[in-house]
Design a protein around this ligand. Structure first.
Ligand code: ATP
Length: 247
């Protein structure tokens, strides 16, 4: 697998196109004894929101894991622009309720990749953590235990941890699942604002309403790409019926 971090230089003769933040081809990945992603080739546009849509088990989380660098592809090429590692916000359910961590400690973990696990946080790290808490409007929850929070509050703490990484690529696994409409809208508004601030956002979602507001969509079925492009063009009634029909 090749991973490139340099910004591609546009050729003066190439036609204008939306720059890709990530580009991958022939990507295969999975778990020991369980291949999941099969020959996926697609692009994630820079400074845009992209949704990964597909039935349970279609490979959305696995693809996010590959883009985050936590799952290594078994074959294929992955090219990434930007010089900071991606920030990955896992599914809320994947984070233990019983972890003895406060909200502030959870968000501080977002500085570990920069600072190292056991090094003291600098004044700048603390300022970054405070800014992330403020952005998610959870500064008043900073000393509460993660396990005592509501689902929406915990989700905001995990997103704040992602923001504290100060990456230009934010990957989120179902950030709005199980949230009430107000919490969902709050997160949607935040993600749109992040794009305006220079962040490329990719989220896996089951929420077709959220998906239709994205700039781009990758539709997955059984580990294969069933479509990519603007949600209006990809999430048609017939495509959804085809993708959701039993295998
Ligand atoms: N850690 C793991 N070890 C083995 N198999 C796994 C593991 N995680 C996921 N799988 C399997 O990989 C396949 C794809 O799972 P994945 O979580 O990527 O799908 P998904 O589209 O995100 O699903 P969902 O919508 O249910 O979250 C499934 O068959 C799943 O059982």
């Amino acid at each position: 697998m090749k991973t490139m971090f340099k910004k591609p230089r546009p050729s003066p003769t190439s036609p204008p196109e939306r720059t890709a933040h990530l580009r991958f081809s022939g990507l295969c990945a999975g778990y020991p004894g369980r291949p999941v992603l099969r020959e996926i080739s697609a692009e994630i546009p820079k400074l845009a929101t992209t949704v990964l849509v597909g039935p349970n088990g279609s490979g959305k989380s696995t693809l996010l894991g590959v883009l985050a660098g936590v799952i290594h592809p078994t074959s294929g090429d992955l090219h990434r622009t930007g010089d900071r590692p991606p920030a990955f916000v896992p599914q809320r359910g994947a984070v233990g309720d019983t972890l003895p961590l406060t909200v502030r400690q959870t968000v501080e973990m977002g500085r570990w990749s920069e600072r190292g696990t056991w090094r003291r946080l600098t004044r700048r790290d603390h300022a970054t953590v405070d800014a992330a808490l403020d952005r998610l409007e959870i500064r008043d929850l900073a000393s509460r235990q993660l396990g005592e929070l509501s689902g929406g509050q915990r989700q905001r703490a995990l997103i704040a941890q992602g923001l504290a990484q100060e990456s230009d690529l934010l990957l989120l696994d179902e950030p709005t699942t199980g949230l009430d409409p107000e919490a969902r809208e709050r997160i949607g508004t935040l993600l749109t604002a992040l794009v305006a601030d220079g962040v490329t956002v990719v989220q896996a979602t089951h929420d077709l309403e959220v998906a239709r507001t994205a700039d781009a969509c990758l539709l997955l079925r059984n580990g294969r790409l069933a479509g990519q492009g603007h949600p209006d063009r990809i999430l048609t009634t017939s495509a959804l019926a085809r993708v959701w029909q039993p295998l």
